[in-house]
Design a protein around this ligand. Structure first.
Ligand SMILES: Nc1ncnc2c1ncn2[C@@H]1O[C@H](COP(=O)(O)OP(=O)(O)OP(=O)(O)O)[C@@H](O)[C@H]1O
Ligand SMILES: [Mg+2]
Length: 696
């Protein structure tokens, strides 16, 4: 528990200063002005007498009783010694504001390591270093150098960027958005975002958790913790830095498609964390979640005094995958009783430009009472007779009588200001544009669906693990890092995945022999450790159905392999039966630095990189995850039966996804792998892995 940071009985400010332009003064002043009720001890070796009417101390050891919390704001080089002193004294928590650690080169890095050791040695916990500090609005503790205390509310905000934090606090004050706790954790040397999520999960004063992150500390722990907390309260996160990470050379299809942003998207999906694409979205969603109930379904109605914006709202409802609500005849009749004949009683309910506050109230009441409505967007534009704050009052009062979410979009600038103030005061989030109102409802719908859905289970299959161990051992012994087609298929087969029958021929006569043995149209493929992608080297010939075809193919493959790479070692040519009537999909794995193995599924074949129609999940995946991966791709419909293609065996795809997940859990040394293509046959007929590749 991190209670020591939020409700300490006493606080020391180490580096407290009498000079108003020093950080040490500002922080002490914040603690005092914030209205903190516990004891405060200013500490400064050169301090004499009082600072801000508080008795000051030359060192932490001079303080009569050990303070629960020490806020440290002194030059970095002194921090480790002071931390040591704090430990000896029995301080429980440190907030290290000072910069000059990991972010500041080699020396700083060493200093941070030393500091971490000290914190651990004394069983303390530390936020920072290099941070803005902590604010607990509920307990009136402002242990930061932010300007002032934000208004009190139920949102807790965790930020990796202190500078963004100050902007957010200032904005929250202006918009009257209440916060419960605010933490800028800087370098995350000890307390991480995951610790804070776990703590806020238990905090009765927090109903929504917001995160601004550049990267999580420990991906697996993050997923595990967030998943538990998200069942209790919404977690909304902005992850900045979406570009694909690094210049790591990748050899598999999956490696080239993965990228860290896909890993984040997958991890957040699996843990129920709502991803916001910008800080604006973060607060848009936070407002809706913190003051409105989550909708029971996704049928959305619009009540408006303006036609155009209502159309925009309706477009957004459809674009977001929500359902425009249908207004029943009964409600329509009741609406007609007081609306002018020109009004529209269908959804969007247009009460027209001359609607007064009472009309808003009555219309909202009827629409909210409608069984077929789960959420309402109230739109208003300032027209000559519009009663702006009065309408806001009515909308808010009516909304509170129902258990359904209401969000508003009062559009305009100066004229609507008073109305917006009323809305926000009364807990109706207002968005300057209807699309943002609708997208916030969508976020709530998504959250509810995630919370209620079955999470599934991680299956274990009986497999020949020892055989895979042996194969990998051999690969390592021979100094290789990759397994091509042949070993790759052996690994798959050991894990119960059906693979294509295949024979390796060394020369033309062996080719002919195997062709006769297979007794069907065949595919011939080059086998060379020096050629990664066979197709590019002219190394794959499909649908060969005569001895002559086989002979020609052999010659052609050999010739093009030579011209592709002159000195390539050629081990031979594989002959396989031609799998007919299969849909080509890809299943692959790459390794993400934060989250570990990332499983990919998509439409396969030689155009995967071009089509990029793929989905991702962090391994291990549950059966439900695997099912969703298949559903999620844009071309999922093709697998369900499309035009002349019959329904495919998606159950068998799911099985392979789960087996690959298990394979990666069993063999962490797998860096990348892909099966491309996995041929998916008609429903009930299974799948066949045709080509596989591993990197260790
Ligand atoms: N046994 C087979 N039956 C039917 N089609 C096949 C078979 N083997 C290969 N193909 C076809 O040839 C294509 C390329 O084959 P394969 O994936 O083995 O070669 P590759 O060069 O490794 O391709 P890539 O680098 O794109 O993965 C497959 O996508 C598939 O369309
Ligand atoms: Mg392939």
């Amino acid at each position: 528990m991190l209670r020591r940071f939020f409700i300490p009985e006493s606080v020391a400010v180490i580096g407290a200063s009498k000079h108003p332009d020093k950080l040490g003064f500002k922080i002490l002043k914040n603690v005092v002005d914030g209205g903190y009720k516990g004891k405060v001890y200013p500490v400064n070796p050169s301090a004499e007498g009082d600072i801000l009417n508080l008795k000051s101390y030359k060192s932490i050891s001079e303080i009569p009783t050990p303070p629960d919390l020490a806020i440290i704001v002194i030059p970095a080089r002194f921090v480790p010694d002071v931390a040591e002193e704090c430990g000896k004294k029995g301080v429980k928590g440190l907030i290290v504001i000072s910069a000059g650690f990991k972010e500041a080169g080699e020396e700083g890095k060493k200093r941070e390591e030393a500091l971490k050791e000290i914190v651990k040695k004394y069983g303390m916990r530390m936020i920072g270093p290099n941070c803005l500090g902590v604010i607990d609005v509920v307990n009136s503790l402002n242990a930061s150098f932010a300007f002032d205390m934000p208004p009190k509310g139920k949102i807790s905000f965790i930020t990796q960027s202190g500078a963004l934090g100050t902007a957010v606090l200032d904005w929250a004050a202006k918009e009257d958005i209440g916060l419960s706790k605010f933490v800028s954790f800087g370098n995350m040397a000890d307390v991480s975002e995951t610790d804070l999520i776990a703590d806020f999960g238990e905090d009765p004063e927090t109903s929504v958790i917001l995160l601004y992150m550049e990267g999580v500390k420990d991906g697996k722990k993050f997923i595990e913790t967030a998943r538990k907390v998200a069942l209790k309260k919404p977690i909304i996160m902005v992850k900045s830095g979406k570009s694909t990470a690094g210049s790591k050379a990748v050899s598999s299809h999956t490696g080239s498609l993965a990228g860290s942003d896909n890993a984040y998207n997958a991890a957040l999906k699996q843990s129920g964390v709502i991803r916001a694409n910008s800080v604006q979205e973060l607060f848009d969603y936070a407002m809706a979640f913190s003051c409105q109930p989550v909708p029971q379904g996704k049928r959305v109605a619009v009540v408006t005094n303006a036609g155009g914006p209502a159309v925009m709202a309706t477009d957004a409802i459809e674009a977001e995958g929500l359902t425009p609500a249908i207004i029943s005849e009964k409600t329509k009749t009741s609406l007609r009783e007081f609306l002018s004949p020109a009004a529209n009683v269908h959804n969007p309910v247009d009460i027209l430009g001359d609607a007064l506050a009472d009309t808003y109230g009555k219309a909202m009441d009827l629409v909210l009472s409608e069984d077929g409505v789960d959420a309402v967007v109230a739109i208003l534009t300032p027209q000559v007779v519009t009663q702006i704050p009065e309408s806001a009052e009515k909308i808010a009062d009516v909304a509170h009588r129902h258990k359904k979410p209401v969000v508003a979009s009062f559009m305009g600038g100066k004229r609507i200001e008073d109305g917006v103030k009323v809305l926000m005061k009364k807990g109706i989030p207002n968005y300057p544009f209807p699309e943002r109102a609708v997208s916030s409802i969508k976020a709530m719908v998504n959250y509810k669906e995630w919370k209620e859905k079955k999470k599934g289970e991680i299956k274990r299959f009986d497999t020949d693990r020892a055989k895979v161990e042996k194969i990998i051992e051999n690969i390592k012994k021979s100094g290789r890092k990759t397994a091509g087609d042949i070993e790759g298929r052996e690994i798959l087969a050991s894990y119960g995945i059906k693979t294509v029958e295949s024979f390796l021929a060394k020369n033309i006569s062996e080719c002919k022999k195997y062709f006769q043995k297979l007794n069907c149209p065949v595919v011939m493929k080059l086998v060379s450790p020096d050629i990664l992608h066979k197709t590019e080297a002219g190394g794959v010939k499909v649908g060969l159905s005569s001895v002559k075809d086989v002979e020609t193919a052999f010659k052609e493959i050999m010739a093009s392999a030579k011209s592709y790479k002159k000195d390539a070692v050629i081990e031979g040519i594989q002959l396989q039966p031609l799998i007919q009537g299969g849909t080509e999909v890809i299943i692959g794995v790459s390794k993400d630095p934060q989250f570990g193995h990332l499983l990919m599924f998509g439409l396969g074949g030689i155009y995967v990189e071009l089509l990029k129609d793929v989905s991702f999940r962090v391994i291990p995946v549950t059966d439900v995850d695997a099912g969703e991966m298949i559903e999620e791709i844009k071309t999922a419909k093709m697998l369900k039966g499309f035009r002349n293609i019959s329904e495919r065996d998606t159950g068998a795809i799911k099985d392979v996804l789960l087996r690959i997940s298990q394979l990666c859990v069993d063999f962490p040394e797998i860096e990348e792998m892909d099966i491309n293509p996995l041929m998916v046959l008609e429903k009930g007929k299974g799948v066949i892995a045709v080509d596989a590749r591993f990197l260790f």
